[in-house]
Design a protein around this ligand. Structure first.
Ligand code: PRP
Length: 210
């Protein structure tokens, strides 16, 4: 039987992914939320799951160590890798990738200090806008950077907007609509086509049934 490895993104995406997988008859044999394991056998003998950080999912799929991945579009935009296709939009974990700044903050004409974990996306976005920026790489709690005067603006995910509001910030410009996507290793798409096609079709059906 063709062996398939699926890389999942832990956190909020995982919570929304598992019900979809269950709908297509795929369930991990252990509790992924309490187990310290990172690799899980499933109810289908030939399919196993990896639970990874979102930014590592495209890496595993790109190098063919996972055949299929489920990851946020934000991480995929930032990864900028090739070696995989992005055939299905799961429409889960929806949010927006935006710039944000302190409420009422007026941009000076000079260089802007931008804090973000999305450094590639931010560099491209501000270049398109013709804005000179100094990028400050952070790994989390981006909303704190303007409050502490580490940066003038941030680039981050906005869902309800509560985190921005709680820190005196407001969303400014929209960079991209985000949702979780299915990615597939290009070589695996050829060599394991029948099985992968079956999984993709089942996922598409599960998504449209929602
Ligand atoms: C994300 C993001 C914001 C927050 C936005 O963080 O970085 O901080 O959610 O959501 P809201 O608009 O509904 O307040 P998350 O909690 O996912 O953790 P992360 O920093 O690890 O991405």
């Amino acid at each position: 039987m063709t062996q398939i490895t699926i890389a999942l993104t832990k956190g909020r995406i995982l919570k929304e992914t598992l019900p979809l997988l269950k709908q297509i008859g795929l369930e991990p044999l252990d509790d992924v939320f309490t187990s310290r394991k990172l690799l899980f056998p499933t109810t289908k003998d030939n399919i196993r799951l990896l639970i990874l950080r979102g930014s590592d999912v495209p890496t595993y799929v790109q190098f063919g160590k996972a055949d299929i991945g489920i990851a946020g579009k934000d991480g995929l935009l930032e990864h900028q890798g090739d070696g995989y296709y992005e055939p299905v939009d799961l429409g889960i974990a929806k949010c927006r990738l935006m710039t944000a700044a302190p409420v009422g903050y007026q941009r000076d004409v000079g260089r802007l200090r931008v804090a973000t974990k999305y450094t590639k996306v931010a560099r491209e976005y501000y270049a398109q806008q013709g804005r000179q920026i100094d990028l400050i790489k952070l790994y989390g709690a981006m909303e704190l950077a303007p409050v502490m005067d580490l940066a003038d603006e941030i680039v981050d995910i906005v869902d309800t907007g509560n985190t921005l509001k709680a820190n005196g910030l407001e969303a400014r410009e929209m960079i991209a609509n985000i949702s979780s996507r299915v990615i597939v290793n290009k070589a695996a798409m050829k060599t394991k086509f029948p099985v992968i096609k079956q999984i993709l079709t089942a996922l598409e059906e599960a998504v449209s049934a929602k």
